[in-house]
Design a protein around this ligand. Sequence first.
Ligand SMILES: *[C@@H]1O[C@H](CO)[C@@H](O)[C@H](O)[C@H]1NC(C)=O
Ligand SMILES: *[C@@H]1O[C@H](CO)[C@@H](O)[C@H](O)[C@H]1NC(C)=O
Ligand SMILES: *[C@@H]1O[C@H](CO)[C@@H](O)[C@H](O)[C@H]1NC(C)=O
Ligand SMILES: *[C@@H]1O[C@H](CO)[C@@H](O)[C@H](O)[C@H]1NC(C)=O
Ligand SMILES: *[C@@H]1O[C@H](CO)[C@@H](O)[C@H](O)[C@H]1NC(C)=O
Ligand SMILES: *[C@@H]1O[C@H](CO)[C@@H](O)[C@H](O)[C@H]1NC(C)=O
Ligand SMILES: *[C@@H]1O[C@H](CO)[C@@H](O)[C@H](O)[C@H]1NC(C)=O
Length: 814
Amino acid sequence: MVPSLPRYLATVSLLSFLALVSSAASWDTLQPGSSLAIEAYQSDILQSTDGNFSCGFYRIYDNAFTFSVWYSEAANKTIVWSANRDRPVHSRRSVLTLLKDGNMVLTDYDDTIVWQADGDNHLKNVQHAQLLDTGNLVIKNTSGSIVWQSFDSPTDTILPTQRITAATELVPTTQSRAPGNYIFRFSDLSVLSLIYDVPDVSDIYWPNPDNSVYDNNRSRYNSTRLGSLGNNGILASSDFADGILLKASDAAVPGIKRRLTLDPDGNLRMYSMSDPDRVWSVSMVAISQPCTIHGLCGENGICHYSPTPTCSCPPGYVMTNPGNWTEGCMATFELSCHDQEPVQFVKLPHTDFWGSDQKRVLGISFEACRDSCIIDCSCKGFQYQQGTGSCYPKALLFNGKSCATANVRTIYLKLPARLNVSDTPIPQTNVLDPAPPRLYCDQMSRGVRHPFPDVQETDDGESKWIYFFSFIVAIAVVEVSFIAFAWFFVFRKELRPSEMWAAEEGYKVMTSHFRRYSYKELAKATREFRVELGRGRSGAVYKGVLEDERPVAVKKLKNVSRGKEEFQAELGIIGRINHMNLARIWGFCSEGSHRLLVCEYVENRSLASILFNDQKTIVLDWKQRFNIALGVAKGLAYLHHECLEWVIHCDVKPENILLDTDFEPKITDFGLAKLLNRAGSSQNMTQVRGTVGYIAPEWVSGLPITAKVDVYSYGVLVLELLSGARFSELAVGSDAEVYSMLRKLVTVLADKVEGQEESWVGEFVDQELSGQFNYFQARTVLKLAVSCLQEDRNKRPTMESVVQTLLSSDEASN
Ligand SMILES: *[C@@H]1O[C@H](CO)[C@@H](O)[C@H](O)[C@H]1NC(C)=O
Ligand SMILES: *[C@@H]1O[C@H](CO)[C@@H](O)[C@H](O)[C@H]1NC(C)=O
Ligand SMILES: *[C@@H]1O[C@H](CO)[C@@H](O)[C@H](O)[C@H]1NC(C)=O
Ligand SMILES: *[C@@H]1O[C@H](CO)[C@@H](O)[C@H](O)[C@H]1NC(C)=O
Ligand SMILES: *[C@@H]1O[C@H](CO)[C@@H](O)[C@H](O)[C@H]1NC(C)=O
Ligand SMILES: *[C@@H]1O[C@H](CO)[C@@H](O)[C@H](O)[C@H]1NC(C)=O
Ligand SMILES: *[C@@H]1O[C@H](CO)[C@@H](O)[C@H](O)[C@H]1NC(C)=O
């Protein structure tokens, strides 16, 4: 049988589609118009023809991926290049596409462009993208010329045959994936250098800054700026003086795979991997004495060998962030300048803080040098050399190094005279013993029990429940149904269209504004914590205005048992969360015992204060209520399923739902369960396990806590949103009473939603609405709430399916 023409065409295009898919899966080229999908990250991989390199999506943690090139051979994938190192994409819907017009584009799941090969330019006449045997990902035009290559934009690694040019810059990949503080590039003198680069200082530490260029065997006048790593393990550069090259210890041994990487510790290393063992070993290192790497111990820190490289703080200083030397040490004192406070100088022999000299004076006496530091407020100390009489007052103390060798330097530290330094303990730790990365999901400890009374029926609870339900039944059934029915026809067009979902913005993962604030700054922003917005178990919230005039809510957390470092690591995760239904966290402060969060200020205050306000100054209409139910569901779905680290809220309740001027809900306090103390004694558990009336039964039964606890609390919240009544207030007292009352209500509702009768819906819905609601939607929402309140958490829907159900009910009623 001859197929009809359209069917024939459809078959052909299907075949060519299949061909494209299979070529994407196993070949080294990507054709224009085709793409690599994140869902198939294990199979949608480009491979160089010799199989040594692969290119595709690489999982960095749970839900986050980079688009990268790696050595396929190594026992563990060794990333050599990434398109989006600092801005990972989601595990869903992210895609890399070679567009028909030529550019290669990486999009996140909301279609935001995260990276494009050629910026905003348009590559012309593109033939395909290809992963070469060298590990170079290239785009070729129809005449076979390379029009873009990954070798031109390296991340932290140079491969054999890759050129080091004037534009090349390597920056290390740190564990937290924040950009590192070190750079490998040609300096302004065209000398291949390692540079320590932080806001306050930027200086070269390799080649040795104390030597002249010639003593370092570099040539200063060759401005060619060109270098390369050979397959033979030899690093050549235009600034290397005649015949001097950097060689791997196994240089010239054939068949070895190599890479040159700037590691997070600021050292440049060449690595070799030979075939049999498939493990990388260091075959060349730029700096053999780690203490000569600048910034290793942070500001004010001192590096010394005892016998391994170790950091310590000078007298009068303590570690800024225990566990992370990058942040160095901070002074325990404040030297006020105007009062002419008497100072003392503490002598640290064999110690130097390199750079940050205010000036350099030769041939003066020790006393003159000291006096010049005393009168200068910004002087932190000075270095003085007997004999030459050279004096270097320091504006900042960076790159501290202590070494009991011949080249003696002595630093004199300026401290207030009142400070007794003989008894200050000096913290020190091995610097090359980094803390493990702290990027894991919230894992609630299993089997934690709380003294929650056994669920039992009490007469008291019973009577209150009967009161509650008969109260609703007492409303005139017929009238309500009639109004509801009429409303359904008259007002349904005004309902929020489901297209909103598609048009919705605000799904950006990374934040540009997230930062750390000092306590002083926040005290100033809140005018010494004058205006209190509210107070909860996690602490009080104050209104403030930042310097850039952004209004913020500043939350003073109490009961934070987490160490400073852990606190910051957790915040690093929740600070990235950004969704229109989640109150944004702009920053934090962690100083001494202070732990503060700086959050988005939301205008209309909480859902609880509007819903349960006796004055009823604001009555939410049906559209607004439905939209709140939907928005909260979207926010929770995002926390549970979409963001980089899954987050369980653990305390969903109307107090934690803020409403903006358009009554768009924003969930607040997410991530707090991770910050507050939740381990340890059962007393502490009450702080974290949620709020009476909203807590799921698994908190009692000791089952592991999953996202389904939030689904349960959402169920309660939605019932309250519809009825306008606070359940936990209907049964005064114990958790058990509230719980048993709620179970009865759910049982009755479960019965009703399955039945044919309709009038009960009108009885349940808040009377403040005077029957102005969408019957169909209300029924759907109630049915949903009942399923969220299932005792067996496996029977509860996920927040994602809740969103879907609400959206389709919205659509159906339009
Ligand atoms: C690729 O790997 C094979 C086997 O490990 C090796 O023989 C070959 O030389 C490698 N090719 C390159 C270009 O390194
Ligand atoms: C590969 O990674 C695993 C887990 O991260 C580690 O235990 C193992 O030592 C690594 N293997 C090599 C050869 O580096
Ligand atoms: C391909 O690129 C090369 C180098 O940029 C250029 O000379 C050539 O004209 C291009 N070919 C086409 C067909 O655009
Ligand atoms: C240490 O602190 C620096 C600067 O704040 C940060 O970039 C880095 O990620 C931290 N390292 C660890 C292991 O937390
Ligand atoms: C410079 O090269 C000479 C001769 O190879 C060598 O002795 C000297 O140690 C080198 N200097 C440096 C700083 O590497
Ligand atoms: C500069 O370096 C390049 C590349 O190594 C070399 O070809 C050239 O001769 C050098 N120029 C001078 C003036 O040394
Ligand atoms: C400083 O502290 C040490 C040890 O606690 C003590 O012996 C000494 O007397 C103190 N000096 C002054 C001036 O207070």
